[in-house]
Design a protein around this ligand. Structure first.
Ligand code: GDD
Ligand code: MG
Length: 367
């Protein structure tokens, strides 16, 4: 699948969908939108921006809604990232299709140009240039990146014909017909975006794509098996951060070398602590002696005290895990305190500022 199309020379523009509330990631997303959560040491989107840039994208329109102003505060005009950034905000969320239509007002490309559209919570190693090249060479209306997952019922299920043409789009169906799903990265021909009704709630997954397929428009899939992850749940978010630190997905935005852990400026890790699995230790965070931390995200200014165990978890900014506590598959909100001897397991979420007294929560069968 080669193509002479060069996104660089075509000055490809992109729309980034970042208006969702990130409810599955609460309490982390109560104060910070999902795409801005610190991931492998930088805001999640920094990885997506750097990757898009590496494929020649130079101008990106953010489609914002939830906590919209925080995006401009984080990324400004984009010059620090070698990009030109614009922000288009929906007063009330317009859904994925309405957001794309709204953001398209800030595009500068002509109606026959390809436009890249990205969900704002995806880590993907696929070749964006190849996807765009395929779109252009086939004269497609839309070309969707497709990936394979074990449980397609949680995604948009996308069956295709032999030629790669999409035959149906079944969003979150209980009866998926294939494991191939929408990977959340599209190439639209701009004129197709301009036909989405303006100023109203539209879902690309439930309305636009099924409508285009029904009308016989050329909608194609670009399927591959490169690294892919939707970071929309706490477990996936932690995994994504660890994979970046471990180097399972190369990111030009990683603020240090790949390895078992990444310590940000001012972080203090005791030489007697065991820390591995792609853990990130946020700015000024502390991991004291004999603590064990595996595959976790420790945010700024948090503390893991002596002998505490933290596995596959997020410890929010300024939170503390006290001596002898065990935190596994859990989310500790900002400024919360897990008192000594507590055990927080299997999806537990401690809300910001909550202080668990010593030994308040235990799961062991022998107590
Ligand atoms: N601006 C704006 N306005 N953005 C929105 C809105 C909105 O009203 N609603 C959702 N978004 C953004 C979210 O911020 C996110 O970046 C993206 O659109 C997708 O929303 P999610 O809430 O993450 O959807 P999902 O993960 O359940 O499903 C989507 O992604 C899957 C792949 O990860 C769908 O596109 C599925 O078909 C797909 O398989
Ligand atoms: Mg998602």
């Amino acid at each position: 699948m080669t193509s002479s199309y060069s996104p660089e020379s075509a000055r490809l523009e992109a729309i980034l969908l970042v208006g969702g509330q990130g409810t599955r990631l609460r309490p982390l997303t109560l104060s910070t939108p999902k795409p801005l959560l610190p991931t492998a040491g930088v805001p999640f989107l920094a990885h997506q921006l750097a990757r898009a840039r590496s494929f020649g994208v130079r101008r990106i329109v953010f489609a914002t809604s939830y906590r919209a102003s925080m995006f401009a505060e984080a990324f400004g005009d984009g010059s620090a990232y070698g990009l030109s950034l614009e922000y288009m905000t929906e007063e009330t969320p317009l859904g994925t299709g309405g957001a794309i239509r709204n953001a398209a007002q800030a595009l500068t490309c002509p109606s026959d140009a390809p436009v890249l559209v990205l969900n704002g919570d995806i880590l993907s190693g696929h070749d964006i240039g190849e996807q765009v090249g395929l779109h252009v060479s086939r004269g497609a209306a839309v070309t969707l990146h497709l990936t394979e997952v074990d449980d397609p019922s949680r995604f948009g299920c996308v069956p295709t014909g032999e030629d790669g043409r999409v035959t149906a789009f079944l969003e979150k169906t209980p009866n998926p017909v294939t494991n191939r799903v929408n990977a959340g990265c599209y190439v639209f021909t701009r004129s197709v975006i301009d036909e989405i009704p303006a100023g109203q709630v539209v879902s690309v997954e439930r309305e636009t794509f099924p409508g285009l397929i029904e009308a016989g428009e050329p909608v194609f899939g670009y399927a591959d098996r490169s690294y892919w992850l939707d970071v929309g749940t706490p477990a996936a978010f932690v995994q994504g951060s660890c994979d970046l630190v471990l180097g399972r997905l190369a990111s030009p935005a990683l603020p240090g070398p790949c390895g078992e852990f990444l310590a940000m400026p001012g972080a203090e890790v005791s030489p007697n602590a065991k820390i591995e699995g792609g853990t990130v230790v946020g700015p000024r965070a502390m991991v004291r002696s004999d603590a064990a931390v595996h595959g976790s995200v420790l945010d700024a200014d948090c503390v893991v005290e002596s002998g505490a165990i933290v596995v596959d978890s997020v410890v929010g900014a300024g939170a503390r895990v006290d001596a002898g506590a065990v935190v596994r598959n859990a989310v500790i909100g900002e400024g919360a305190v897990v008192g000594p001897g507590n055990e927080l397991l299997a999806g537990a979420r401690l809300w910001p500022g909550v202080r668990l007294p010593a030994g308040a929560v235990r799961f062991s069968s022998d107590v």
